[in-house]
Ligand binder design. Structure first.
Ligand code: PEP
Ligand code: MN
Length: 459
């Protein structure tokens, strides 16, 4: 037995870290237009909402949304949840006025409490964040392997909550079609062929209908991220090169190929927020060194040249699947910025995954004072985004949404965004407004978006 075979409680650390590499591979498929990326979940998770009902509702909505896309657009969907660690929020102002009092802004459960009397930052909260993240991912893994996430059981994903009869009918048609297709595959014995799909490279599944799911959060609190950053062997590292293929006149001083890389183990995918993407800032410096696939939020204040320099820093070797650009300009501003950004990136030779976040540029305050987003405005940014990519000979690879499948005790969806097939009005917002951060699309509104995208990509 060679030394490398010796087991120790830490010997797993000498092995390649499969899931993150698998996600990089799948994102490179999105970059090649062979798959679609769904990035979605809460604006911010809270420790109190870490319950099995809430987690199942979130996963159920992500699965339902992706099923509509897979079925309509016939594209594999890469699912990344804003989940299991999305506990820190960037703020535009360090303080806010509540009830006549100037208090520290709420920065997410990682830092302080939503209650005005609990705004002092408390480092103990980071331990609690770790515990809640681990609990969430543990439960998600249980769900994924229990059959809940299997495409054989889409009726378990809370179809009963779809109250709009037309939406319900459309979704049921898909589920019936899918059952037939899976039945047929089973009958002809095609089930075990799935692992051969190139999309499944990096440890394929051997049954049709089982799904992948990845976690993500904004990499905002660098102390937390640093503490969970570890070196692991790169995939394929340690494989002795074939001497018969060694290039002639090899430069003896050439740098040795890297065998290890730093991975952030707190999530598969992390993103840099629009407020922390300064070229010479700490966040870009941290992100450039981790091997995880990363996202960068791109808002209206980003210059084309700046965007390319940022890509040069975080992806100097132009590796496919490494960078996802999440654009969020606002429906009224996208026409002034997106085309220039696409052209600058195309001219630079960088390959990226382009994702539309139609939420963050479209937040408004309603007459009742509640923060909201109008469904029509969200669809407007998304539609413009799809059109501009086509005009620029580019392709939108995915969407980044804030949505929730959460229900109240009586089984009703939240009322945080206005409009959609249920035609929610501003006066209905206070009925079931549960977000303590940004307003999220509810179950029905999310499926409306899914059908709209699916129809766009339908051949
Ligand atoms: C977010 O995604 O919740 C967020 C704060 O986004 P942005 O950095 O784009 O404003
Ligand atoms: Mn948000």
């Amino acid at each position: 037995m060679s030394a490398s075979d010796a087991w120790s409680p830490a010997s797993w650390k000498t092995k390649a870290i499969a899931q993150i590499e698998r996600l990089r591979y799948q994102l490179s498929a999105v970059q090649r237009n062979e798959a679609f990326l769904l990035h979605a979940g809460d604006c911010a998770e809270s420790f109190d909402a870490c319950t099995h009902e809430n987690i199942s509702a979130k996963i159920g909505l992500i699965l339902s949304f992706s099923l509509i896309l897979i079925w309509g657009a016939r594209l594999p969907v890469v699912r990344i949840g804003r989940i299991a660690g999305q506990y820190a929020k960037p703020r535009s102002s360090p303080t806010e006025k509540i009830g006549g009092r100037e208090v520290l802004s709420f920065r997410g459960d990682n830092v302080n409490g939503l209650d005005v009397n609990d705004r002092t930052p408390d480092p103990e909260r980071l331990l609690s964040a770790y515990f809640h993240s681990a609990t969430t991912i543990n439960y998600v893994r249980g769900l994924l392997t229990s059959g809940f996430a299997s495409l054989h059981h889409p009726r378990d994903w809370s179809l009963s909550h779809v109250r709009s009869p037309s939406l319900r009918k459309e979704f049921e048609t898909i589920v019936d079609g899918l059952s037939d297709a899976l039945d047929f595959s089973r009958t002809i014995g095609a089930e075990s062929g799935a692992a051969a799909s190139p999309f499944e490279r990096g440890g394929g599944r051997d049954t049709v209908g089982e799904v992948d799911f990845y976690t993500s959060h904004e990499g905002l609190m660098l102390e937390y991220e640093q503490a969970l950053t570890r070196a692991f062997p790169l995939p394929g590292a340690g494989i002795t090169p074939d001497p018969t293929h060694a290039p002639q006149n090899q430069n003896k001083n050439a740098a040795k190929p890297k065998t290890k890389a730093f991975y952030n183990t707190s999530a598969h995918f992390l993103w840099i927020g629009d407020r922390t993407r300064q070229l010479t800032g700490a966040h870009v410096e941290y992100f450039r060194g981790i091997r995880n696939p990363i996202g960068v939020k791109v808002g209206p204040s980003m210059e084309g040249g700046e965007l390319v320099r940022l890509l040069d820093v975080v992806n100097p070797d132009k590796e496919p699947g490494r960078v996802t650009l999440i654009t969020r300009y606002g429906a009224g501003k996208i026409d002034n910025h997106l085309a220039a950004h696409i052209k600058a990136v195309q001219a630079s030779g960088h390959g990226v995954v382009w994702v539309c976040d139609p939420m963050h540029g479209n937040t408004q305050t309603s007459t009742s004072g509640l923060k909201t987003r109008h469904f029509g405005t969200i669809i407007s940014e998304l539609t413009s985004c799809l059109r501009i990519h086509v005009e620029c000979n580019s392709r939108l690879g995915g969407v980044s949404l804030e949505f929730t499948g959460e229900l109240n005790e009586e089984g009703f969806s939240v009322t945080e965004c206005v409009g959609g097939s249920m035609e929610l009005g501003e006066e209905q917002l206070p009925m079931r407004y549960q977000s303590f951060c940004d307003p999220r699309l509810n179950f029905e509104q999310s499926l409306d978006v899914a059908f709209m995208i699916s129809n766009h990509y339908k051949k």
